[in-house]
Design a protein around this ligand. Structure first.
Ligand SMILES: NC(=O)c1ccc[n+]([C@@H]2O[C@H](COP(=O)([O-])OP(=O)(O)OC[C@H]3O[C@@H](n4cnc5c(N)ncnc54)[C@H](O)[C@@H]3O)[C@@H](O)[C@H]2O)c1
Length: 297
């Protein structure tokens, strides 16, 4: 008996890396998984899942293409009768400093991440809202799940990642917006920021596999949290963001107002702000941008 028996799931960008591990874990837990990717690797993942006794099929297409996203979602519903879980994971990198980044590098990264997350969520949300309305007042509201994929770059701002970090930050905000919009239709929308060794990151020595001991950057370590956020055990967990890596799960607190100054029934002057600067930055040792990853982990 799996935690996801009878569920239908889509995992985008699941031909390799973290997405492949998600697809395999969801299938192990009993879900029927639609493995999306732009490459033929989706077929290998389906073959591996099927060989292990799981249920899966491939959909080749780009999440950044509106028509492909529609076909991915609506084709899944037509084929399997419903959709319960959407894991938005597909991603690419095109790193460059602000002064070097080309329009093409900007557009493609924003498209794959931000538009790709939105397009798949849009078509899933249309179906789920219609289903909730058809169930009517007093009807049983089926629980649904979206798991989005951000990055620490989206939380802390990675150097040379204006495109990627902005898209990933946007995905966090989109998670909160969709959580607010879809909660009443029974949909929980949450977000992870993974850290793992995959074709995207394996060039960095930090991710190297140790000769012995716990291999903390094995991408398979990310997937149990995605499985949990897809399962009934997490019902009501909505609009939350987690950094997930190795043995660690960190819950991120939403932006909060840290300090306030008030001018008292009049607008501020520049001199007035200077005079109150210490109060505005109270508790901070520096007014410079915080170091990357300054979260206490
Ligand atoms: N690996 C990490 O440490 C890390 C850190 C932070 C965030 N992430 C995020 O996790 C997700 C998975 O990353 P990964 O490390 O497994 O990367 P990866 O490059 O190994 O895999 C990404 C997959 O997405 C697919 N893809 C790319 N564009 C697509 C599109 N338009 N439509 C459908 N599929 C597409 C690729 O073909 C590939 O199979 C990404 O969103 C990435 O930004 C990863």
């Amino acid at each position: 008996m799996g935690a996801l028996d009878g569920k239908v799931a889509i995992v985008t960008g699941a031909g390799q890396g973290v997405g492949r591990c998600h697809a395999e874990l969801l299938a192990e837990e009993g879900a029927t998984v639609v493995v999306n990717d732009v490459t033929d690797a989706a077929d290998d993942v389906v073959a591996a899942i099927t060989a292990s006794g799981g249920k899966a099929s491939a959909f080749k297409g780009s999440v950044a293409n509106w028509a492909d996203a529609e076909e991915l979602v609506n084709g899944t519903i037509a084929k399997y009768g419903d959709l319960d879980i959407l894991v938005n994971n597909a991603g690419i990198l095109r790193d460059a400093m602000v002064f070097s980044m080309t329009e093409e590098q900007w557009d493609i990264v924003i498209d794959v991440h931000l538009k790709g997350h939105f397009a798949c969520s849009h078509f899933a949300a249309m179906h789920w809202r219609n289903a909730a309305k058809a169930a009517g007042e007093g009807g049983v509201l089926k629980r649904r799940k979206i798991v989005n994929t951000s990055s620490e770059s989206g939380l802390f701002g990675g150097t040379a990642q204006s495109n990627y970090g902005s898209a990933k930050g946007g995905i966090i905000t989109m998670t909160v917006i969709h959580a607010r919009e879809l909660g009443k239709y029974g949909v929980d929308v949450n977000c992870i920021a993974p850290r793992a060794r995959t074709p995207m990151t394996e060039g960095s020595p930090m991710f190297a596999k140790p000769e012995s001991g716990f291999d903390r950057y094995d991408p398979a370590h990310i997937s149990p949290m995605v499985g949990w956020l897809s399962a009934p055990a997490s019902d009501g967990v909505n609009g939350q963001v987690f950094i997930v890596t190795g043995e660690e799960i960190h819950r991120i607190q939403q932006h909060i107002v840290a300090t306030s100054i008030r001018a008292g029934q009049q607008r501020w002057t520049l001199d007035g702000i200077t005079a109150n600067k210490d109060q505005l930055f109270a508790g901070m040792t520096s007014t410079d941008v915080a170091p990357f990853g300054s979260l206490a982990m």
